[in-house]
Ligand binder design. Sequence first.
Ligand SMILES: NC(=O)N[C@H]1NC(=O)NC1=O
Length: 174
Amino acid sequence: MNMDIATVNALPYEDFVDILGNVVEKCPIITAAVWSGRPFLSLAVLEAAISEFIDALPESGKEGILRCHPDLAGRDLQSGSLTRESHEEQAGSGMGALNSGEASRMARLNQEYKERFGFPFVICARMHDKENILRQLSARCQNERAVERARGIEEVKKICHLRLQSLVLTDNKL
Ligand SMILES: NC(=O)N[C@H]1NC(=O)NC1=O
């Protein structure tokens, strides 16, 4: 699907949420909230509205967004219950093809991260390969909680940016 922004602006609420509801993983409330800001002059303006909504949330809300994300190479990948978007991202970065050493390291570090911070490790998988993801996961386990909360939200925005790009034509493609 690749609509232009005028088509997006003309969508009834139900279709807008059906199509764009997972640009932030399992958080259709964000899409539903920004709908009232139509018409968006460009895709960048729609993206900015999402970003501003997230930034205005209390810290507990930001942590809630992080908690809506499935672990990388976690249970949902193994059981085939990831969202379509997440599946493509995780498969593309090699999360489905870890050797047993990598898989156990990933599981151990994901667990350690969650125990330390109370929310899961989030990274824009499309921008990294598996070695890089493991390295970052290990390094980020050492950060302070507030730093990681902000860092995770930055990654959510990168994931959102790429998901929006696959759904809506960017202005320079019009
Ligand atoms: N935990 C985590 O980072 N999950 C994800 N990252 C990404 O790019 N897609 C995801 O599902």
